[in-house]
Design a protein around this ligand. Structure first.
Ligand SMILES: Nc1ncnc2c1ncn2[C@@H]1O[C@H](COP(=O)(O)OP(=O)(O)O)[C@@H](O)[C@H]1O
Ligand SMILES: [Mg+2]
Length: 287
């Protein structure tokens, strides 16, 4: 279990990236959902001991993470949001290099690297330069790198951003396979990824944890309070003035709005809540 208490971080430019963040993260997949700028990467870099908080503490089982960063790093697998690679180096050579950095003994290195490349379905591409990999291949390579040394804490920062649906699906299937006894923290702004993969989640906004729990429990809080209506293209402002708008979107060319209200508004029909309704009810509707 990862236990984060009262973390605070203000960058030199005055941005309060983390404000009194407390969170318990049990074993299994944990989704950290939030819009751009919410503080997800700041939190993940802090847990990964790549930057120090101004205040607060982090424990991983019996380890005081901030006091013993090297011990944490030996147990950590981290896929940063901006994972990039040197041009020209093959997948095999680069993963061998990462395995060396991770302290995997020379005798085990070749077999470990083979296993990892097979796991992420890149063994056939091992002699190609990583810089020629597609976005999805690069993220899968990033996961292979993060899994070296059998980490017990795995942090993946927005791994599916920019992937096409097929690549995203493949990447998510890979994440879902990763052990149940390890802590996996996945940050994303893609609501479906959290719904599909994570039994536990938190929503971050403006440097704060604004909701946490199971996606199902959080979503069911909205049951009986969501209402839908098809409206005219020019009526959005009127709906916003009269109701708490959660979502608006075009469905087969018609504008459909979902609003939150305790009682059924005139002309609206009930809607079964989805995690995206919960998300937008917390961070504000997008127009
Ligand atoms: N190194 C930094 N220096 C100054 N401001 C930063 C730095 N890193 C992030 N920020 C700011 O902190 C806030 C949170 O950023 P970040 O943690 O990257 O959020 P997210 O990953 O959720 O998009 C943003 O306002 C961002 O501009
Ligand atoms: Mg980020």
């Amino acid at each position: 279990m990862l236990s984060i208490q009262n973390l605070g971080k203000t960058y030199p430019n005055g941005v309060h990236a983390l404000q009194d963040v407390s969170l318990d993260v049990p074993a299994g997949m944990f989704g950290l959902l939030g819009p751009n700028g919410a503080g997800k990467s700041s939190l993940m870099r802090t847990i990964a001991t790549l930057q120090l908080p101004d205040q607060g503490s982090i424990r991983f089982d019996d380890l005081d993470v901030l006091a013993e960063p090297a011990t944490l790093r030996a147990r950590l697998g981290y896929l940063p949001q901006d994972f990039g690679v040197y041009p020209g180096v093959s997948g095999w050579d680069l993963l061998m290099h990462f395995a060396t950095l991770k302290g995997i003994p020379a005798s085990a290195r070749r077999s470990t690297v083979s296993d990892m490349l097979n796991l992420v379905h890149l063994y056939d591409k091992r002699n190609k330069a990583v810089s020629t990999y597609s976005g999805g291949m690069l993220r899968r390579f990033g996961i292979a790198q993060a899994l070296l040394g059998t980490p017990s804490l795995i942090i993946v920062d927005e791994p599916t951003a920019g992937l096409d649906p097929k690549e995203r699906h493949r990447f998510n299937n890979l994440l879902a396979k990763i052990g149940e006894n390890v802590v996996v923290i996945l940050s994303t702004h893609i609501v479906e990824d959290v719904w599909d993969l994570c039994p536990r989640m938190a929503v971050m906004n403006s440097g704060q944890i604004v909701a946490h729990g199971s996606p199902h429990a959080l979503t069911s809080q909205l049951r009986g309070k969501l209402w839908r209506k098809e409206i005219g293209r020019n009526d959005l402002a009127k709906v916003k003035a009269q109701h708490r708008l959660i979502l608006s979107r075009y469905v087969s060319g018609a504008l459909v709005v979902d609003v939150l209200a305790d009682a059924q508004p005139n002309g609206f029909s009930p809607v079964e809540p989805l995690l995206e309704h919960l998300y937008f009810s917390i961070i504000g509707a997008e127009d």
